[in-house]
Design a protein around this ligand. Structure first.
Ligand code: HEC
Ligand code: HEC
Ligand code: HEC
Ligand code: HEC
Length: 401
């Protein structure tokens, strides 16, 4: 284990302390090659010493030479240097003689373009060793469009369609089979057929999707087995795709004897060029009416002024604005609008999107309680927000009465 990681784990296990850190969260828009400096102000008992600042990411380094001492008023400040290589939410732990302080830095940006990098690495390894590639997109389920969320744009038929051509351009001498396994079309027929036109195979006898994986492992001619049931066993040929819905492609590097020598997961993200025209062929309709003048949250503003003010500044309030006109389709609007009446929706993630039963609560002027809060993960899921963590996100939208 890296010493930094060990220290980080150790610090995160220690009990937190009351002294404050300001701000609790800083958000930076950074491209992969950009660097920024951020400062945090600490409020501590006078003369407290600050001994270490630890971030569990090499993208954050401490500029302040430690240890330092809080002044007579208890004030101290630390400066950090942040690079944009790895977008996501990073925890910062500050060790002081009065306890541990926690803060966060959110790095927003396109990142280092991991998808294309991974493809290049896999192709180079195959070229160096003379290996063949089996590239597998599992359980695509008719997911034709990428979401553009988190700047990650995970998945999308337009990007998948580019992969066979890109791979050949990168390493012309490497042979690769592009294989769709599991459920390809889902509700949307034609996705598999469209990918076939760009070099994807609808199946391959060397890759078996089965409910009896253990028996299949020893079958002749089978290179990879994808189980449809949970299996505890580990085996070189047993493949559990990391991400489904075409969000990642598993690349197996196979030697002449048919043995898997290496495996690379290629995320289908922004770094891979998109065939937008192909995606548009799969555009779906908008079967509801968006009432842009409807503002459900204003029903709460009178009694919950503070919650309303916080919400109004958040991206939830403007969630529909992020969707381009062509993206206002049934597939996309679900998490970017509020359902008001059947077939009519309001723009943005309003109070009512999260607080169930709040219509009855309003009707009774607050004397009937709301019935609960929906899970953040229902919208911030692995596809649309892979770096989401509830603990980190809540402080950004935290509100009360
Ligand atoms: C993204 C989801 C989300 C949105 C949007 C949202 N809230 Fe909340 N709200 C929560 C969560 C989570 C809590 C924490 C308590 C809980 O679990 O219910 C909370 C807490 C509250 C509380 C305090 C409850 C208590 O017991 O102290 C009030 C009042 C409240 N919200 C009102 C609003 C109002 C008014 C709006 C719109 C202006 C709004 N919320 C928008 C998720 C949301
Ligand atoms: C109904 C879907 C939905 C739910 C439920 C939801 N979110 Fe969101 N959230 C979104 C969307 C969509 C965006 C992006 C809005 C945009 O920029 O277009 C977003 C953005 C955010 C942001 C970025 C806000 C900013 O101002 O930068 C945070 C933080 C966040 N959500 C936290 C939460 C938390 C915490 C919960 C649970 C309490 C939650 N969300 C529940 C849909 C949702
Ligand atoms: C399951 C819920 C969900 C669906 C469906 C969804 N989104 Fe999102 N979208 C989110 C969330 C959550 C965020 C906030 C992500 C973040 O802050 O990193 C978001 C953010 C975005 C953003 C802002 C990106 C950014 O980082 O600033 C765009 C653009 C977007 N979505 C486009 C789409 C498109 C296009 C579709 C349909 C193909 C779609 N979304 C469908 C949940 C959803
Ligand atoms: C007429 C005033 C009024 C309006 C309008 C109103 N509330 Fe409330 N709300 C209250 C009162 C009073 C409480 C109880 C406060 C307490 O117990 O501390 C409350 C409590 C809450 C709570 C926490 C307790 C619970 O019932 O779950 C939430 C969440 C909440 N309101 C959300 C909303 C939302 C969302 C809206 C808009 C759709 C809204 N309120 C509109 C007066 C109102």
């Amino acid at each position: 284990m890296r010493p930094l990681l060990a220290l980080w784990i150790l610090l995160s296990l220690l009990p937190g302390a009351e002294p404050g850190i300001n701000p609790r969260l800083q958000r930076l828009d950074l491209h992969a090659d950009q660097v920024a400096e951020v400062a945090f102000t600490l409020a501590l008992p006078a003369q407290t010493s600050v001994s270490a600042v630890v971030a569990n990411c090499a993208c954050i380094r401490t500029l302040t030479t430690l240890p330092i001492q809080a002044d007579a008023t208890g004030a101290a400040s630390i400066r950090l240097r942040v690079t944009g290589m790895r977008p996501g939410m990073e925890d910062i732990l500050v060790a002081t003689s009065a306890g541990i302080l926690r803060a966060q830095v959110q790095i927003v940006g396109p990142g280092a373009g991991r998808g294309l990098d991974q493809l290049q690495i896999a192709m180079r390894a195959a070229a160096n060793h003379g290996w063949h590639i089996l590239a597998i997109a599992h359980d695509l389920r008719g997911r034709a469009r990428h979401c553009g969320c988190s700047h990650g744009a995970l998945g999308g038929i337009g990007r998948l369609a580019q992969l066979p051509r890109l791979a050949t351009e990168l390493q012309p001498q490497v042979t690769a089979s592009w294989i769709l396994t599991g459920d390809v079309d889902g509700q949307r027929t034609g996705v598999g057929a469209a990918l076939s036109a760009s070099g994807w195979l609808r199946a391959d006898p060397r890759v078996l999707v089965t409910a009896e994986p253990l028996a299949a492992l020893t079958a002749p001619g089978i290179v990879a087995v994808i189980p449809t049931v949970p299996v505890a066993a580990e085996h070189r040929r047993l493949i559990r795709p990391v991400l489904t819905d075409g969000m990642a492609v598993e690349m197996l590097l196979v030697d002449a004897a048919g043995a898997v020598q290496a495996r690379h997961t290629v995320p289908i993200d922004d770094s891979i060029p998109d065939d937008a025209a192909l995606e548009r062929r799969f555009d779906d309709p908008l079967s509801v009416t968006i009432r842009t003048d409807a503002q459900p949250s204003t029903a709460c503003a009178g009694c919950h002024a503070s919650a309303f003010a916080t919400w109004k500044l958040s991206r939830h309030a403007r969630a529909l604005d992020s969707l381009a006109a062509t993206d206002r389709t049934d597939t996309c609007i679900g998490c970017h609008v509020t359902t008001t009446a059947s077939a009519i929706v309001a723009p943005g993630v309003s109070c009512q999107s999260c607080h169930t039963g709040s219509d009855a609560h309003v009707a009774a002027a607050g004397s009937v309680r709301t019935t609960g809060t929906v899970q953040c993960r229902s919208c911030h899921d692995a596809r649309h927000h892979p770096t989401f963590t509830q603990d980190a996100a809540w402080p950004m939208i935290q509100h009360g009465r």
